[in-house]
Ligand binder design. Structure first.
Ligand SMILES: [Zn+2]
Length: 641
């Protein structure tokens, strides 16, 4: 219902794309773009004359209206972030007129819905202003240098028009240029075409004075558009992004778009990204795009967002098909959409030669350590974390560490376990790569997305073994993850790092942040004695054992406190000075090491090498990659490559 005959014809014409299950991403060009443009009955005009006041004016022109009322909505969330954001809050001065510019009545009927009384008019023009001041959530931002517009927070829609092609015309200051995954309108300058509203929402638009880097992979054009004061390391970015693209293409077998755009906002403190249909918006620091500090983080971000091109943009959980823009969309598979993406984010960088295997293994050992230190791992399952993302993961509280898991990081560890289990059961003849590619080919957005049953079926097809029990334990259940067994398949030993003099000798279970003169409790961990003693988030700790405590000093102070020893915590709560005394607990493991075994089997070497795309470095010696800086007392430290 949401896809018109033109799109389906386009999909069928191009057999390769269609077989790959990518009709949703079918690039439109030539005849198709002209045919779509000819069918447009809804046009958005974006006026950027007032961006210096962070105001963007939108005009929507509906032709061919034949109803007494027209209901318009603005999405309450945006794809890629599973939280209600209520974009309508920054809309103002909504007004409507007919084709002869006679005013029409507009009333609000819900928080994100406006009803226009058309008075029988065939053409209805609706105009409104947006306050575009939300940079860090990657929805809408404007100032005197640019405008960034992500469709779900900008463009109102009529449900009955959702499946129709739309045109966007951008009226921008002289010299500003446009970067977007939308296709240019073949008939009009400064206009772009989207096959339907979903494509519009999934094609953010950057307008301004950005740097532009262009390159091809497999003959397919790619662009990197960078807004912000910086001198991008263009050649490095081009080469490294191309390696990431090629590495992930090898997993799924194709590049499912006609053109891809990396939009980058480079500004102090910038971080994070959002995936879109054939583009992504990534935020980072100027130093990172110049190849300096945090460049590797930028590569990780690019790898992550680009992997979403397949995983979630095309291979999408059924609960997210079709998008319901006016309320929460429920799925228990965000751990695949995000967690499996996190898993491949890092694996891609190693395979592409952009991160050394030992650096990767050190990071993974660290991830295991922080995941296991989280009390919530025994409370909330991965499936539940996915389902409740709207009210838990994306609405965190100081208690989140005790009550929830991250479908990102725990999802990545379970993805590793799945990968290694498939490799173990098939003597490395198959891997999670094959399962992901198989799901991608079979379950298109058009066919309704994929379910946990589909994932289980694919795993069983590849291994001849049921994964029901695995899922009961680690996906719908909360059993501790046997990551050790998974790493052993690739010839790696995961073990707690040996204690060091600088490690804390005991544990209070308090996460602190420094605010002014006080070490404020950010979270009291449910497995700690501070929690049991009644210390709560927001308590301002003045002193530990009679001496002022600063947040950054807690571990150092705990080097002199033995488990079982009494501690006295003096703190302020609601202006009242209080104290509590309790016994310090045994310390938690502060790190893990992930080490190659000394005598790997041929299968372990084969798994390691095909998994990371790198040679096993020497077959006779153990090679450490600890989660902490190399220990000078560690006999293996010198042999580290
Ligand atoms: Zn993601």
């Amino acid at each position: 219902m949401r896809h018109g005959p033109v799109m389906m014809a386009a999909a069928l014409l191009n057999t390769v794309w269609w077989l790959a299950g990518c009709a949703v991403a079918q690039p439109i060009a030539g005849e198709d773009a002209r045919a779509l443009a000819d069918r447009v009955r809804t046009e958005y005009v974006v006026s950027l004359a007032q961006t210096h006041t962070q105001t963007v004016e939108i005009t929507v022109i509906f032709d061919g209206i034949d109803a007494p009322t027209l209901d318009l909505h603005l999405p309450v969330w945006r794809p890629g972030r599973y939280a209600v954001n209520d974009h309508a809050g920054t809309v103002r001065r909504v007004r409507a007129e007919d084709g002869d510019r006679r005013p029409l009545g507009v009333e609000k009927t819900a928080k994100s819905t406006w009803r226009v009384r058309t008075g029988g008019a065939e053409t209805v023009r609706v105009q409104y202003d947006l306050y575009a001041n939300s940079l860090a959530d990657r929805t809408r931002h404007a100032d005197d240098t640019h405008a960034f517009l992500s469709g779900s927070s900008v463009f109102m829609y009529a449900e009955e028009r959702r499946a129709e092609p739309v045109r966007v015309t951008i009226d921008a200051p002289d010299g500003w240029r446009v970067a977007t995954g939308l296709d240019p309108d073949p008939h009009l300058e400064r206009s772009w075409i989207a096959r339907d509203y979903d494509v519009l929402v999934d094609s953010p638009i950057e307008v301004g004075l950005h740097h532009l880097i262009e390159f091809d992979v497999d003959g397919v054009p790619h662009q990197i558009a960078i807004w912000g004061r910086c001198e991008p390391a263009a050649d490095t970015l081009r080469d490294d992004f191309a390696k990431i693209i090629a590495t992930q293409r090898d997993i799924f077998g194709d590049l499912p778009y006609g053109r891809y755009v990396f939009l980058i906002h480079a500004y102090p403190g910038g971080s994070g990204g959002t995936e879109h249909l054939n583009s992504t918006i990534m935020q980072t620091t100027p130093a990172a795009v110049e190849g300096g500090d945090a460049y590797r983080r930028l590569l990780g971000l690019a790898s992550h967002e680009f992997f979403h091109t397949w995983n979630v943009k095309r291979l999408r959980p059924a609960g997210l098909v079709p998008y319901d823009y006016l309320r929460e969309n429920y799925t228990d598979l965000l751990w695949v959409a995000e967690g499996t993406t996190v898993y491949y984010t890092d694996v891609t960088l190693v395979r592409a030669g952009l991160v050394k295997p030992d650096d990767y293994l050190r990071d993974m050992a660290g991830r295991v350590a922080s995941e296991r230190a989280r009390p919530g791992i025994g409370v909330q399952s991965l499936a539940a974390s996915s389902f409740d993302a709207w009210i838990k993961f994306n609405r965190s509280t100081p208690d989140s560490v005790n009550a929830t898991v991250s479908f990102y990081s725990k999802g990545s560890l379970v993805s590793l376990m799945l990968d290694m289990e498939v490799r173990r059961l098939t003597d490395n003849a198959a891997s999670l790569d094959d399962v992901m590619a198989d799901l991608y080919r079979r379950h298109t957005v058009e066919s309704g997305g994929f379910t946990t049953a589909d994932l289980l079926a694919s795993l069983e097809r590849h291994t001849g073994t049921s994964f029901d029990e695995f899922f009961e334990r680690y996906v719908s259940g909360v059993e501790p993850l046997d990551v050790e067994a998974a790493y052993a398949v690739a010839g790696l030993t995961l073990e707690p790092r040996k204690p060091r003099d600088e490690d804390p000798k005991s544990y209070l279970g308090l996460d602190l942040r420094q605010e002014g003169d006080f070490a404020v409790v950010a979270a009291a961990r449910a497995d700690g004695p501070g929690y049991a003693a009644g210390l709560i988030a927001g308590d301002q700790i003045v002193a530990l054992d009679g001496m002022r405590l600063r947040a950054g000093d807690l571990d150092r102070r705990l080097r002199r406190i033995e488990p079982g020893q009494d501690v006295l915590v003096t703190f302020i709560r609601r202006e009242e000075l209080r104290e509590t005394r309790f016994k310090a607990a045994e310390p938690k493991p502060t790190g893990y090491t992930l080490t190659r075994v000394k005598e790997p089997t041929d299968l372990q070497v084969a798994v390691y090498e095909s998994w990371l795309g790198q040679d096993w470095p020497g077959r006779s010696e153990s090679q450490p990659a600890s989660s902490e800086p190399a220990d000078p007392d560690d006999p293996h430290a010198e042999s580290k490559p």
